[in-house]
Ligand binder design. Structure first.
Ligand SMILES: *[C@@H]1O[C@H](CO)[C@@H](O)[C@H](O)[C@H]1NC(C)=O
Ligand SMILES: *[C@@H]1O[C@H](CO)[C@@H](O)[C@H](O)[C@H]1NC(C)=O
Ligand SMILES: *[C@@H]1O[C@H](CO)[C@@H](O)[C@H](O)[C@H]1NC(C)=O
Ligand SMILES: *[C@@H]1O[C@H](CO)[C@@H](O)[C@H](O)[C@H]1NC(C)=O
Length: 423
């Protein structure tokens, strides 16, 4: 009987469904239509979209084929390139010119190898890219910069956009080129013709090797912009690579930087005041941000972790100093024993000393945070979540750039903590 009763209920249920099928279809249609509307209606005429007349989400690729005639080329001889987003509204005359990072090649042989991939060529770029944080087009995430023009310059010269070798270099039967500075020139020329010449605000920046590029090229680019009274400022994200020995006392980064500096003839492009401070045999030291910073005349913002993960893993505790990887937990996740903690304190002290010129200069800014990380401006999570005291990263950078801060120095004195724990 029980089976019979449940059979009846099923029959009743289906007949109820049949009787109300039109109404049910209608009900299902409402959420489906809403979902389709929100997902697919085009931003330009979609009333639900945040910024109907705002800037696009994507940056689209521009390859500077005309620059070939000026010798501005990537390692492999292909033309330079950047991804571009046009500014909108109040951002129409405001620009971010940002340098991509990606380490360096330290020998001709390594540079030949690099020339066969994305970091040595413009052959492999996506037609469009999107970044969060300082490049986000969402006003709530990125209130000060969401509608600015953005030129995100592709890194393909292996020398932080500072090389200056006129002739092609031949290694292993392959021709390569060290033309970083000409790439900067080609990009600036192209952007000037696209409206950079009418800019009111220009932020020159970069992350990692691109952050170092910002130290190397900041004043130069400002001089190229002419004196149209635009507010021009520079920001390095994770570009402070320190001139320090590793934990065993060996100089690891110094000879590497010396090789890049000499191989790429960076002496021809680097700040002359920095060169004057030292003997010709140590000119290469001007490839270190800490020796460039005191000479930079453009307002400069140093954004860096006190325990930068790339620097810890490659400069302070390179493989050669930690062959078994015993330091990995300390470097990446801040799980350090007391010996390691002592070393990290010393590293933090060197970092603080290196950024001191920017702490002392009124027009400069510093955001020296303790979370273990490397490059944070691209990430909306860090841009809106990374804080020192009450100051969130995006507000610190915005306040400094737009002159809202009395003293744009934010220093974290804490011991490193895992990035995940700071949000
Ligand atoms: C900027 O460049 C454009 C394109 O080359 C040119 O038409 C315009 O006159 C320039 N404007 C200024 C202010 O130099
Ligand atoms: C901490 O770890 C390192 C690397 O494993 C080791 O060399 C050192 O002796 C350790 N120190 C202490 C106090 O355990
Ligand atoms: C800004 O504040 C820092 C400490 O927070 C201080 O060391 C520095 O001297 C101040 N800079 C200026 C220009 O007043
Ligand atoms: C990092 O260095 C600064 C400046 O020397 C210091 O005030 C701070 O206490 C240091 N932090 C740690 C955790 O040692």
């Amino acid at each position: 009987m029980a089976a019979r009763g449940s059979h009846n209920r099923i029959v009743e249920f289906w007949s109820w469904i049949r009787r109300h099928q039109l109404a049910l279809l209608g009900l299902a249609f409402i959420p489906a239509a809403a979902w389709l509307f929100i997902s697919f209606c085009l931003p330009s005429f979609c009333p639900l979209h945040d910024h109907p007349t705002g800037p696009p989400k994507y940056l689209t690729l521009r390859i500077l084929k005309d620059a070939l005639s000026t010798g501005a080329v990537c390692l492999d001889g292909t033309p330079p390139a950047y991804h571009f987003r046009k500014g909108a509204g109040s951002g129409a005359t405001r620009w971010i010119l940002f340098f991509e990072g990606g380490g360096w090649c330290y020998s001709k042989r390594e540079c030949v190898w690099r020339s066969k991939g994305g970091l040595g060529s413009s052959k492999y770029l996506s037609p469009r890219v999107t970044y969060g944080g300082m490049f986000s087009n969402k006003q709530d995430v990125n209130p000060d910069f969401y509608n600015w023009n953005v030129a995100y310059v592709h890194y393909c010269d292996g020398g932080s956009f500072a090389g200056g070798v006129d002739t092609a270099v031949v290694s292993k039967g392959k021709k390569i080129f060290f033309r970083g500075r000409r790439i900067v020139d080609a990009v600036v020329d192209d952007l000037m013709a696209s409206g950079l010449n009418k800019s009111t605000h220009v932020m020159i920046g970069g992350c990692s090797a691109g952050g170092l590029s910002t130290f190397l090229n900041c004043d130069y680019i400002r001089s190229r912009l002419g004196d149209n009274n635009a507010v021009v400022k520079c920001l390095s994200d994770a570009g402070m690579f320190l001139d320090i020995p590793d934990i065993t006392g060996t100089l690891t980064i110094q000879p590497k930087y010396e090789r890049v500096f000499n191989m790429q003839n960076i002496v021809s492009t680097v700040d002359k005041a920095c060169l004057q401070d030292r003997s010709p045999s140590s000119s290469y030291k001007c490839f270190f941000a800490q020796y460039l910073l005191p000479h930079i005349k453009t307002p400069f913002f140093v954004l860096n972790s006190n325990y930068d993960t790339w620097s810890l893993a490659n400069i302070f505790v390179p493989r050669s100093a930690d062959p078994d990887g015993d330091w990995e937990g300390c470097i990446m996740y801040s799980e350090c024993n007391s010996t390691q903690a002592q070393f990290l304190r010393a590293f933090n002290a060197s970092m603080r000393e290196a950024v001191r010129p920017a702490i002392e200069r009124q027009e400069d800014g510093v955001f020296a945070y303790s979370a273990a990380s490397h490059c944070v401006t691209h990430s909306s999570e860090f841009w809106t979540g990374l804080r020192i005291g009450d100051e969130v990263l995006r507000d610190a950078v915005g306040s400094w750039f737009l002159g809202r801060a009395q003293n744009a120095t934010w220093l974290d004195d804490k011991f490193p903590i895992d990035m995940e724990d700071t949000m």
